[in-house]
Design a protein around this ligand. Structure first.
Ligand SMILES: Nc1ncnc2c1ncn2[C@@H]1O[C@H](COP(=O)(O)OP(=O)(O)OP(=O)(O)O)[C@@H](O)[C@H]1O
Ligand SMILES: [Mg+2]
Length: 485
């Protein structure tokens, strides 16, 4: 006897329909799973068998073959447990096979039959909706996430509950949908930063135009402090962006139970010991990396020069294209990665450079080795490079700075003006830019980045056009002397 359950496998973030076919037939008792299932998926055999016993259902004492079709698509993870169990139960007529036609299912089974949540439920639910299926059997904890795809989630805490529901013996419990958007924005406030007017201005420009920012300077001057305050002055995500970000975080198993929708720009700050795969994604499980988790948000690389050079170079392509493409034997997988890069670093290995009160003990060689960590190509991708000097005593004793909420309002206004378009450069602005290309010199990318930053400065000022003063300000943020010397 044959029965079929429907689920979806993920290729990156893309859901692909998978039919779980179970065939119960005469022969020596045994249980085989075929169809390019990975190890976690193969182990489903033990969990499904044990889960069925725990649900006080009978395990068919005959030969069972489960095929995950299409066979050429690699199936990864434990989310196939629930559909496999349901297909086997339908094939042995313990549940009506036709009840599975209008449902998709996803979830891991515990040995005692409980249904556990898995990552990527949002993408699976979206795949099911696209196939015209309107109900998804999943763990109760996954319901709020699945509901974001517009599907009707059927929460099942235990395999026995799923069986009772499919037999029509039990109505599904209303699931908790979460309460939508989260209003509270926790995080450090810009008001804590005293003085550092230039750095604050750079942070505001970076927020308004989503520019990459490098803060360099001696230790303890507030670089990390400033960088961590960038997310707090960014506007919330638009609906489509929020869904995109949530889909990525869902695949990585990082969404919250009550508020699955991530509607604030994400902030990711990987440690400098993180591997290249952790930063850009990939690895055996093909997980999105920090660059993708920071999509539509901020990626902070604190102590930039301590990161391994290959990890930094791997970021060059996503910084340009806004996505990470990972080549695999079975094809190419693309994760979106349109993040804003913020980095901090000291000016030399000992850290004293740039501090008038300290003397740098680095040899020319050591200094060169330190600077070599960052290729020119990477430096070229920072629109704003500033040095953060040691604040003077009077600055530190000054009253609190402007709070994040006030700055965020200005950023919001500038974003609106930038989106409206129509900001053109004046003739003087054009002339200044052309002269700078020769004098600095600026690369083609450098010129485009200066032009973009000048537009942001004009939008923040509420100007009618991009003037020479805006271009001049933008030029002042191109690699300062301290980093070149
Ligand atoms: N401008 C400032 N206003 C208020 N507090 C400051 C300021 N600058 C530094 N501090 C204080 O100094 C602490 C250290 O700053 P932070 O960690 O940002 O330094 P850093 O520049 O990142 O140093 P390092 O290069 O060693 O990482 C902050 O937590 C804060 O308490
Ligand atoms: Mg720091």
């Amino acid at each position: 006897m044959l029965a079929r359950a429907i689920t979806h496998a993920l290729v990156g973030l893309e859901p692909r329909r998978v039919e779980v076919e179970a065939h119960v037939h005469k022969g020596l008792p045994g249980f085989t799973i075929v169809g390019l299932a990975d190890r976690a998926c193969q182990e489903a055999r033990e969990r499904v068998r044990s889960g069925v016993a725990a649900a006080e259902l009978s395990w068919p004492g005959v030969r069972i073959t489960v095929n995950l079709a299409p066979a050429e698509l690699k199936k990864e993870g434990s989310g196939f447990d629930l559909p496999i169990a349901l297909a086997v139960l339908a094939a042995s007529r313990q549940i009506p096979p036709e009840s599975l036609e209008s449902h998709a299912a996803v979830g891991e089974l515990a040995l005692d039959g409980r249904v556990r949540r898995v990552g990527g439920v949002l993408a699976v639910a979206e795949g099911a909706t696209r196939c015209g299926i309107d109900k998804l059997l999943c763990a109760a904890e996954s319901c709020a996430e699945a509901a974001l795809a517009g599907i009707e989630p059927v929460p099942v805490r235990h395999l026995a509950e799923a069986v009772a529901y499919l037999r029509g013996e039990r109505r599904p419990e209303p699931c908790e949908r979460g309460n939508g958007r989260v209003a509270a924005r926790a995080g450090p406030d810009l008001g804590d930063v005293r003085g550092q007017e230039r750095a604050r201005r750079a942070l505001e420009l970076a927020a308004a135009g989503a520019h990459n920012l490098l803060l360099a300077g001696p230790p303890g001057t507030g670089k990390t402090m400033l960088a961590r305050r960038l997310p707090g002055i960014l506007p919330p995500l638009a609906d489509a962006e929020a869904l995109e970000v949530t889909r990525i975080h869902s695949v990585a198993g990082l969404v919250s139970l009550q508020h699955p929708l991530i509607d604030q720009p994400p902030f990711r700050a990987p440690h400098h010991s993180a591997s290249t795969a952790a930063i850009v994604g990939g690895g055996p499980g093909l997980r999105p990396g920090e660059a993708s988790l920071a999509h539509h948000g901020v990626l902070l690389l604190d102590e930039l020069a301590e990161f391994a050079r290959p990890s930094l170079e791997a970021l060059r392509q996503p910084l340009e294209d806004g996505e990470v493409a990972i080549a695999r034997a079975a094809g190419r997988v693309v994760f979106p990665a349109r993040f804003q890069l913020v980095a901090t670093m000291n000016l030399c290995a000992c850290g004293a450079r740039g501090d008038p009160a300290a003397e740098c003990s680095c040899s020319a060689q050591r200094l060169a080795a330190y600077r070599d960590k960052l290729s020119r190509a990477l430096l070229d991708r920072f629109d704003l490079v500033i040095t953060v000097p040691r604040p003077r005593a009077v600055e530190l004793a000054a009253p609190r700075g402007e709070p994040s909420a006030v700055v965020r309002e200005r950023v919001l206004g500038a974003r609106g003006r930038l989106a409206a378009g129509g900001l053109r450069r004046t003739a003087e602005a054009d002339e200044l830019l052309t002269r700078a290309v020769d004098r600095l010199p600026l690369s083609g990318r450098g010129r485009a980045r200066v032009a973009r930053l000048a537009r942001t400065a004009a939008a923040l000022a509420g100007a009618e056009a991009v003037g020479a003063e805006h271009v001049a300000e933008a030029l002042s943020y191109r690699s300062p002397a301290e980093l070149r010397a």
